[in-house]
Ligand binder design. Sequence first.
Ligand code: UD1
Ligand code: UDP
Length: 387
Amino acid sequence: MKLVTVIGARPQIIKAAALSRAIRNHYADQIREVIVHTGQHYDDNMSQVFFDELQIPRPDYNLNVGSASHGVQTARMTEGIEDILIKERPDFIVLYGDTNSTLAGAIAAAKIHVPIVHIEAGLRSFNKAMPEEINRIVCDHCSTLLFTPTKAGLENLKHEGFPMGNERPYTIDNPKVYHCGDIMYDNSLHFADIAEAKTNIIKRLELVDKPYILATIHRDTNTDRPERLGAIFKAMLQLAEESPIVLPLHPRTAKLLKTNLDENLQKQIYSSQNIKLIPPVSFLEMIALERHSQLVMTDSGGVQKEAYFFKKPCIILRPETEWVEIVQTGNAILTDADEGRIMQAWQHFESHPATNFPPIFGDGHAAEFMLSRILECCACHSKPDLL
Ligand code: UD1
Ligand code: UDP
């Protein structure tokens, strides 16, 4: 069986490590994976570092699309992916998550009848102003096999009319939904101890045995709107009086801090001894930082989940989340970009430490499960008849 896997943004590269590892360890004789990097993320610390560190095979193709508006970026990727699909004639295309790389893969594949496997299917924010919400809805509705990480994802797909308990053959018109756990959890379990052994970031930041907050910010609604970015950083200045903050800066945020944050606030942030603004870190460094932190504060999908994997309370800098279970269990609080609500959430976790983290993300073997189901589906499928 041949799979074409499309990756492009940082979290997809990291997720792909789990699938490639499972192919290498369990299915090397049955599955050939062709990796396409769209080039959506291209800085070394947003891309290459993960290939080096997580033993992901070198991409077979790199479309080098780089940054552009949504339409231009998606169009360039779609064109490139279509050419590759026609040349490679895979049994399936594998798409992760909800980025523009996911959307481009879905459009390219569906139109020429390459069956789509969507990993991280069914998640919804119910906020269509988010580009990711559009991307994930389109991808889900073009997919043949949908692997959902959570029960909430499964319920969302049921509500959208996806069949449950249907029989083979599975097709774009008779798609199959599997609830299988989270592929990022596979990675966190696999790499947690390796990260302890191989990284020294905690020491480098002089945080050994010290409590600290780990923060990330990159959502367009937070970076592109000065009032929201300002509110988050005002809260950070207050929090930094209580505990040091480590903030690995996404390149989008690094750029927009300069234009969208009030000059006075910028000065205070850059001169604060207790706010450690650092470039994006590697995955092993990131999970070491998560594991040793006292609290995580983020608008990232992946980072809020990893906080849960490492049993840390999390302040979510968004009005809503797709990962509703971590809020329902009381381990995360939605504060939006609201200074007062951020401070209240901090105080809440100070007086009510999060202690109960039920297992809601599977058993750490989601990738093996997915590959076995893809192989089963392939066995009852004839090779796609490409247009
Ligand atoms: C993208 C995804 C988002 C995901 C995030 C993960 C979409 C619509 N958004 O957001 O869902 O959560 O990746 O990190 O697909 N830039 C660089 N170097 C890079 C990459 C980006 O400098 O290597 C800068 C550029 O100025 C670019 C900006 O970051 O314009 C935004 O990059 P882009 O990939 O468009 O969106 P992200 O905000 O990264
Ligand atoms: N991450 C990383 N280095 C960083 C910040 C994040 O390796 O400096 C990892 C993080 O551990 C998680 C993934 O990147 O696995 C999340 O990606 P991101 O926050 O960019 O996107 P999202 O998950 O919101 O789509």
